[in-house]
Design a protein around this ligand. Sequence first.
Ligand code: NAP
Length: 300
Amino acid sequence: MAARLIDGRQSAAAVIQSVKSATEALRDRAGVTPGLAVIIVGDDPASHAYVGAKGRMAKDCGFSSIQHSLPATATQDEIAALVASLNEDEAVHGILVQLPLPSHLDAEKITQSVRPEKDVDGLHVVNAGKVATGDLDGGLISCTPAGAMVLVRGVHGSDLSGLSAVVIGRSNLFGKPMSALLLAANATVTTAHSRTRDLPAICREADILVAAVGRARMVGRDWVKPGATVIDVGINRVPMEGNAEGKTHLVGDVAFEECSEIAGAITPVPGGVGPMTIAMLMANTVIAAYRSKGIEPPRF
Ligand code: NAP
């Protein structure tokens, strides 16, 4: 039987609708418009496309959206000064530094210089630490794992007691916070990585299998427990089959067609986790704006 398709676009649209309502309510109650500042350095076309999409979505949500574009030659000090001024700016509730940064810059230092209350990417150690200690209401949660959890909740509800989850990948950006969020929801969690032995057998035990590796179609049908929920985070650009003109398309870390025959529910790529990331960025920005006025923010 074919798996149920988990529609990330639909879930993201629902989150955005809630963000819009929360934005209006905040304006009515406190006269505050959420402000999102995005810093982009250099002219990488993919990064500019992402930043453009974030800016448009922010405006659509009713935010004030400010983009700071710096040349690839920008220095560490120049970016530090910009982050410092945005940290102080009361109209700015969220600061996002688009990664990757040019290699002469210390990206980690810049990420950690964003004030935790404005760290809408959830990458500051204070926010990562809150997720790791199970304090999910006090900080800002990294957007992609937060979005992936919305999709998991859509299938299993918010209590994952008795379910086993395997996350392939242990990055600070995704794998670690995702494992922590699943654990906080009472799943029994295994975090796998490149040194894991017999990965397919471990994955076959999972009621919830999350792949965040960056290897096209790595997860095959014999990795999936019948009826499992499969969340594909990977984004890989590969040549289109049988296409001689050099055309490419996006695929995930999961071999979608064959795994759909085994799984109970599965995310597509594109249209699964991807749209959730940007929606949760908007959610984090409105949450930060509420907290800046001492008002309890909505949950997403
Ligand atoms: P990353 O920092 O490169 O981490 C990849 C992880 O995969 C590492 O923990 C690595 O293990 C593990 N790994 C590599 N090869 C493996 C193998 N053969 N078997 C098992 N594990 C293996 O990547 P990331 O930032 O977490 O992103 C992962 C993927 O998600 C990428 O495709 C990225 O584009 C995508 N992504 C998508 C979104 C979205 O919005 N949908 C957001 C973020 C990331 P080691 O730690 O042992 O090296």
